[in-house]
Design a protein around this ligand. Structure first.
Ligand SMILES: Nc1ncnc2c1ncn2[C@@H]1O[C@H](COP(=O)(O)OP(=O)(O)O)[C@@H](O)[C@H]1O
Ligand SMILES: [Mg+2]
Length: 239
């Protein structure tokens, strides 16, 4: 049976530069995120949240340590495959603060781009995309341009796009930072629903305390390591 860990990180280090310009960002982080779990990643600005996501996402090379994505060990003091791009395309969905939709493609074209790059036929990609857009109540916007949609609608398209390659892992870097509080709650609830219904491991960077009670657990970067905490009950400030 497949293990329940979607992401497993052991003794991970990340340094930038060397000599006088050496910056030690992560110093021995170990943690897991299970499939079906939505965890919030919190820490002050500059603490290494984005760097950590980019290492898990096989974008930024760690200095040392081990990373498993599902049952596959992808990094052990070096990438264990030359095809980090393939891992990224097949296993991971990224969501960013700004939605980064391609402005000259309509909504459904934005969503079908990744599956088509992965070799899925246009007809099949369109079917997957339409199901996702309907799942997020924006099926009627499929032929609209991103510029005609609200911020919240565009972020839903971006989430649909992140899901179009059926990832095992979703890495969301401040996905609600540009949204008002109601839209933020909608987006986080959507991520929770995806985690459960599609058995995806989701890490969401956030600075918004109000989002924490909607998550399952908190990972905090502290002293350049990662510690796990329970979420606060609604209305309790912890940051
Ligand atoms: N490419 C890079 N070269 C050198 N330093 C970097 C680079 N990327 C990030 N850093 C440094 O790593 C630290 C963590 O940055 P980042 O992961 O963006 O933090 P956060 O997302 O928590 O705000 C910062 O000190 C930043 O300056
Ligand atoms: Mg960041």
């Amino acid at each position: 049976m497949a293990g329940k860990a979607g992401i497993r990180v052991e003794n991970l280090y990340k340094h930038f530069g060397k000599g006088d310009t050496l910056v030690r960002v992560i110093e021995g982080a170990s943690f897991e995120v299970n499939k079906g779990e939505l965890v919030a990643l919190i820490a002050p600005s500059g603490a290494g949240k984005t760097t950590l996501l980019m290492m898990i996402g096989c974008v930024e090379e760690p200095t040392s340590g081990t990373i498993w994505l599902g049952d596959e060990k992808v990094y052990e003091d070096k990438w264990l495959t030359k095809e980090t791009r393939k891992i990224r395309r097949e296993k991971i969905g990224f969501i960013f603060q700004a939605h980064y939709l391609i402005p000259f493609l309509n909504v459904i074209e934005n969503v079908t781009l990744v599956p088509q790059t992965n070799g899925v036929s246009e007809a099949e990609a369109n079917k997957i995309a339409m199901e996702l857009l309907e799942y997020f109540d924006i099926g009627d916007k499929a032929r609209s341009m991103p510029s005609a949609l609200s911020g919240g609608q565009n972020q839903r398209v971006a989430i649909a796009r992140a899901l179009a390659n059926k990832p095992q892992i979703i890495l969301a870097d401040e996905p609600t930072a540009a949204l008002d509080s109601k839209r933020s709650v909608d987006v986080v609830k959507m991520l929770k629903k995806i985690a459960i219904e599609q058995n995806v491991a989701v890490i969401m960077v956030t600075h918004d305390e109000a989002m924490l009670p909607l998550c399952d657990r908190i990972l905090k970067i502290e002293d350049k390591k990662v510690v796990s905490e329970p979420v606060p009950k609604e209305g309790v400030a912890i940051l």
